[in-house]
Structure formats: structure tokens, C-alpha cells
Write a protein that binds this ligand. Structure first.
Ligand code: PEP
Ligand code: MN
Length: 353
């Protein structure tokens, strides 16, 4: 993809590019108050949702077209660029008419090729920066496909927003980061700006700092953070919004490392990692060979593949050992679950041969 490197003129190319503002535009006062505070802290791009796709009916679905004039006011009074979410061609026309500077496509919309194609058609011949959020499901090909739809419509100022992926069992995160997906996207389309949305990944304000730092450590280009003048009273996503003061504090704590710096000692350490990975491969291959032999034995003795007691024993034993090895028991459980699953699959194959 041949992309323009500058999304918006005058916004520094240095990392991180920051977009901030409330989840939703609620009232003219809330929008203006938040925007002025953010502008005072040096934020150059203001976000606010006007049309809000909600998981269930009855939630706050946004103020609609009326809010666009509030964003215009923000531009006039603060000089900030303004950005909002579009989900239909109608939204696109309204935004273009109102002079909105940047658009983004939300995760629920990106999951739908028909919707994205309609947005792409509405944008044909228009030069406006647009950011595509990842689809709610962890499907990199779909994400890239949607990007191609917009690119094929002639838009060159493109970027993506990594906002995490839905999962059935929510634990720490609202949306699992699955960092390997944006990392693979970076490998496939190196010149595409990737912006992290720690607010929607974490779902809680306490997580914003650490997720933002991780995104910077992975070489992401920017952050889009939900910020509200009175977060607890927000009409949507209250628990993940932060005041402009807290945002400034969090940004001040960020350590921005130069990803291109490669020192001698780093390459030495990388060699060690490569050696470890090679050993892991060898040991995994050996373990699977033994598992297949066990499969043959079970077949000859007419035994079932799954011996539940034995598996639980293994899991418990290594979860306990993990602590002594300074490893996270949950991580070790996941590793052994994956290994066990593959052993079982190979044994089933042998038994059914
Ligand atoms: C948002 O940015 O407020 C939003 C609705 O996000 P997402 O599409 O990532 O859920
Ligand atoms: Mn939100």
C-alpha cells in the first residue's frame, strides 16, 4: 500500500500521536469543557462519538447530527482537529458537510464488509484521514480486507486502531489485546500507522497506563484515549474514562524507546533467545514423538486416549513448580494445555488409523 505518512498536517510525526476526548459527545458544555482542558495540555486531536453503536438497545446511542456543531465549535475555540466515528454513508456525508477532520470506523462496523464497502463508496474521491478499528473478532485478514476497501476507494491517509478483541470469558481486560495480531499487521503493512486504544482494551481506567506503555514498547505510533471532564458521570464507558489531568499524568510517565536502536548487547541477548527457542522446538518434537508412541500403546491395548486424572496431575504439578521458577502459573497452565491438546490430537489420529 502506498500511504501518505502524515495523517494531519502540523501534528508532530514523533511518537506517540495522541487523540483524546470523551467516549460520547453528551452536551455542548461537556464537549467544550473537556476539549479546552485537553487543548491546554497540548492535545492536538479531539475525539468524541456522535453515533454510538451499543451492544444492547436502551443504552445511550449518541446525540446524532446535533453534536457535529459542537465539534465545529471545538475547532473554532481550541484549534484542535476533531474526529468522530462513522458507521453509515449518511454519517460520512454529515461529517464531510460539517468539516470534521478525521473519521474512524468502529469495531462493530469493521466486522461487516457490506458496511465498510458502503463507507468506502461514500468516501470515493475524498481526501480525509480515516482510522479503521480492528473488527471485534480476532481476524487479521478481515481487518486487512476492510483496509483494502478504503484504500481502493482512493484514500491514502490511513491508519488503524488496535482496540482489542471480544472474548467470552472476560477476566482482566474488556477486550483481549492479542498483541500478536497488530504485530503481524505491522509486519505485513510496515508503513501503516498503528494507534492503540487502551481505554477499550482495558475497560478500566487503572489499566490505561500499563497498556499504553506496552503499546509504545511494541513500537506503536500513537494512542487514542477516552478522556472526560467528569468521567464518573459519563453517559457511556464511564469506568474507562479519565480526566484530562490524569491523561497528562499518564502521558508524562510513558517511556518512549527508540525501536530502531540496536546495540551489541541486544543482539547477544537475541542469540540466547534463539538458542532457547531452538531447544524448545527440539524438546517439543521429542515430547510429541513419545506421545505418539503412547498412542500406539493405547491402540494396541484398546485404551481411551483421554485419561483425565493423569492430565490434572500434570497441570497441578507444573502450576506449583511455576512459582518456584518465577513463572506465572496461569501462563504455564496455558502452555501445558496447548501441548496436551496437541498430544491428544496426534493420539486420536493414531488410534483411528
Ligand atoms: C468508541 O471508540 O467509543 C467505540 C465505540 O469503540 P469500539 O468501536 O472500539 O468499541
Ligand atoms: Mn467508548
Amino acid at each position: 500500500m502506498e500511504l501518505e505518512s502524515i495523517l494531519l498536517p502540523g501534528v508532530e510525526a514523533q511518537r506517540p500521536l495522541i487523540i483524546a476526548g470523551p467516549c460520547s459527545a453528551e452536551t455542548p458544555e461537556q464537549v467544550l469543557d473537556t476539549a479546552k482542558q485537553l487543548a491546554g495540555k497540548g492535545i492536538k486531536i479531539f475525539r468524541a462519538g456522535i453515533w454510538k453503536p451499543r451492544t444492547k438497545p436502551g443504552g445511550f446511542e449518541g446525540v446524532g447530527v446535533e453534536g457535529l456543531s459542537w465539534l465545529k465549535q471545538v475547532k473554532k475555540e481550541t484549534g484542535m482537529y476533531v474526529a468522530t466515528e462513522v458507521a453509515t454513508p449518511q454519517h460520512v456525508y454529515e461529517c464531510l458537510k460539517a468539516g470534521i477532520d478525521m473519521l474512524w470506523v468502529g469495531a462493530r462496523t469493521t466486522a461487516n464488509p457490506f458496511a465498510v464497502q458502503e463507507i468506502a463508496d461514500a468516501l470515493k474521491g475524498v481526501d480525509i484521514p480515516i482510522l479503521l478499528k480492528n473488527p471485534v473478532n480476532p481476524d487479521l485478514e478481515l481487518w486487512i480486507g476492510e483496509l483494502e476497501r478504503i484504500y481502493n476507494a482512493g484514500l491514502k491517509r490511513l491508519g488503524v486502531i488496535h482496540r482489542g478483541f471480544s472474548s467470552y470469558d472476560k477476566k482482566l481486560y474488556r477486550n483481549l489485546p492479542q498483541w500478536h495480531i497488530p504485530i503481524e499487521l505491522r509486519r505485513r503493512i510496515p508503513n501503516l500507522p498503528i494507534i492503540c486504544d487502551p481505554s477499550h482494551i482495558g475497560g478500566k481506567r487503572e489499566l490505561i497506563a500499563s497498556i499504553s506503555q506496552q503499546a509504545m514498547d511494541l513500537g506503536f505510533d500513537g494512542l487514542i484515549v477516552e478522556s472526560h471532564c467528569n468521567p464518573d458521570a459519563a453517559w457511556s464507558d464511564a469506568s474507562q474514562q479519565i480526566t484530562p489531568e490524569v491523561l497528562e499524568y499518564i502521558l508524562g510517565l510513558l517511556v518512549i524507546r527508540n525501536e530502531k536502536q540496536s546495540t551489541e548487547s541486544l543482539s547477544e541477548l537475541r542469540k540466547q533467545i534463539d538458542e532457547c527457542d531452538n531447544s524448545l522446538m527440539e524438546i517439543l518434537a521429542k515430547r510429541m514423538r513419545v506421545a505418539r508412541e503412547i498412542g500406539l500403546f493405547k491402540k494396541e491395548h484398546n485404551m481411551t486416549v483421554l485419561q483425565a486424572g493423569r492430565y490434572n496431575e500434570i497441570l497441578d504439578k507444573y502450576a506449583e513448580q511455576a512459582i518456584q521458577c518465577e513463572l506465572e502459573p496461569e501462563f504455564i497452565k496455558k502452555v501445558f494445555e496447548a501441548i496436551h491438546e496437541e498430544s491428544v490430537r496426534q493420539q486420536v489420529e493414531i488410534i483411528n488409523k
